[in-house]
Write a protein of this length. Structure first.
Length: 297
């Protein structure tokens, strides 16, 4: 059975506190094959703006159910609320990862605008990757390496410097993208439904738990949606919704600020009892026992 977990800066820094970072807002680090933390039986729900620059090697993933191959000089970029399944990485893989929280973006309207335009352009063309020339890749790599050094520097005006570095980085990425001839992909109606379903479910799973909502939004029958999703993913629509709800519930239970009742309300269950039954059915333990175990680690 595929395991699912949250990927965000908070969780990342719990597991790897030594990577270059500014609070929980910006994390940037270099990795290779031995550092990978994504077994074949796990998938990740990404909660941050996420960017990866592949330096060497090859990796294959599913992003919201869409197959993507990453090779040297390829840059992957996507916003929050995407589900990633790692299929393969070659042993010579080397890459740099940058993860930026929403709070970092909202404190700088300029950065927010640049990122929004970049993501909108890529989304319009159904793309998540940018293929860079050697020179372009060298520019982006240097900016990311400079950012890592900055994050480790203890600079007196670190926040402003980090903002400026991120602004420059995403302006260069937007510039490189604008210079390329982007050809819209022609996708089949079934693939279009699958992509739209994944976009909907990652935005609405907290408040909408039933297949009917997503079928209505897509103007198709529940049966047709179920067939497309099962054919492409091997899982039912309900299973995908439940996996996302379970991941979110586990993340919220890690906070000491929220009661079980508050978590149940936040995830739009009718009451705490319904939430507890759901959680035990999907994890094999109660929310309180999961929380107790988590806090004792």
């Amino acid at each position: 059975m595929v395991k699912s977990r949250i990927f965000d800066n908070t969780q990342l820094l719990k597991e790897h506190p030594g990577v270059p970072h500014y609070k929980e807002d910006v994390v940037c680090f270099k990795s290779d094959y031995k550092d990978r933390s994504y077994p074949a039986d796990e998938q990740y729900f990404n909660r941050e703006l996420y960017m990866i620059l592949v330096l060497e090697g090859r990796s294959e993933i599913l992003l919201n159910g869409e197959f993507i191959a990453l090779e040297a000089n390829t840059m992957l970029i996507h916003g929050a609320n995407y589900l990633t399944s790692h299929l393969f990485s070659s042993q010579d893989i080397r890459f740099i990862t940058l993860s930026i929280s929403e709070s970092m973006q909202t404190t700088d309207s300029y950065l927010t605008q640049v990122i929004a335009i970049l993501l909108a352009t890529m989304r319009q063309n159904k793309q998540y990757t940018i293929h860079l020339t050697d020179d372009e890749a060298a520019v982006i790599r240097k900016e990311l390496e400079d950012l890592m050094c900055l994050l480790n520097s203890g600079h007196s005006f670190l926040f402003r410097r980090v903002q400026a570095a991120c602004n420059a980085l995403f302006l260069d990425i937007a510039d490189f993208l604008s210079r390329k001839t982007v050809i819209k992909k022609r996708i089949s109606p079934k693939d279009h439904v699958l992509q739209e379903f994944h976009a909907l479910v990652t935005r609405h799973f907290r408040e909408e738990h039933f297949v009917g909502f997503y079928a209505d939004k897509l103007a198709i029958s529940e049966q047709y949606l179920s067939r497309i999703v099962r054919s492409a993913t091997g899982r039912s629509v309900s299973t995908i919704i439940n996996e996302l709800l379970t991941m979110e519930a586990q993340m919220l239970l890690g906070s000491r600020k929220l009661t079980v009742n508050e978590i149940a309300a936040q995830l739009c269950f009718s009451d705490a009892s319904a939430f507890c039954k759901f959680f035990k059915r999907n994890t094999g333990e109660t929310p309180l026992s999961f929380r107790k175990e988590l806090w004792q680690r």
